[in-house]
Design a protein around this ligand. Sequence first.
Ligand code: ADP
Ligand code: MG
Length: 244
Amino acid sequence: MNNAVLQFDDIDKYFGETHVLKDITLNIDTSEVCVIVGPSGSGKSTLLRCANRLEEIQNGEIRLDGQSISAVDADVNRLRQRIGMVFQSFNLFPHKTALENVTLAPRKVKNLPDKEATQRAENLLDEVGLLEQSSSYPNQLSGGQKQRVAIARALAMEPKIMLFDEVTSALDPELVGEVLGVMRDLAGDGMTMMVVTHEMGFAREVGDRVVLMADGRIVESASPTSFFENPSTTRGKQFLSKLL
Ligand code: ADP
Ligand code: MG
């Protein structure tokens, strides 16, 4: 049975002459938390961006729930609505409150009535522990709070999968935990997730699978236990030895 939510089939991505994703095949199953690790420049962000079609691929195919994302005639806007993405940099709308940030897309894109959009947003802000900050503007929030609003905003579109690209990398260390906690809860609720992170504790405890990328390739894909305790490749061993 094919349970994959997101499928990358033999994809290649070039920036000009530079081959940045090399023959990537990866399936993300329903409710799976797939953690992507690897050195800077290995192609992690590009892989996530291709999934959302923020970048075009040159070979292969990407499918969401079996439907091609990468086909020329794919309904990109519709597919994008079903993929939530949160980035390293806080990209909230600065002149909108936390609540307005979360209600905006459901109202504009899904034509959800104000009352319903507000109700949904309040539930989500409550889930990420920020109901009391509903009327705060981004500049009144800490980095950790902004990222939690960004997660709530992505969830408001009821995505099939959430993509996280180093969402805690720009945070002060004391704020990392609150964001990882929200992601952990989300995983516990069965959300399908692809998480690029340097937080190895999270990878180990929350990940169902760790995928190591190096130089545009997937070099290792394993359960967290076998990846961290007994990496099967030299690249895996090297990567782990640098963490110490
Ligand atoms: P990672 O997220 O693992 O650090 P990236 O996906 O950002 O890696 O980058 C992979 C490679 O693609 C790097 O060599 C990077 O320089 C290159 N790259 C990324 N974005 C662009 C771009 N817009 N134009 C040209 N090269 C890019
Ligand atoms: Mg990156």
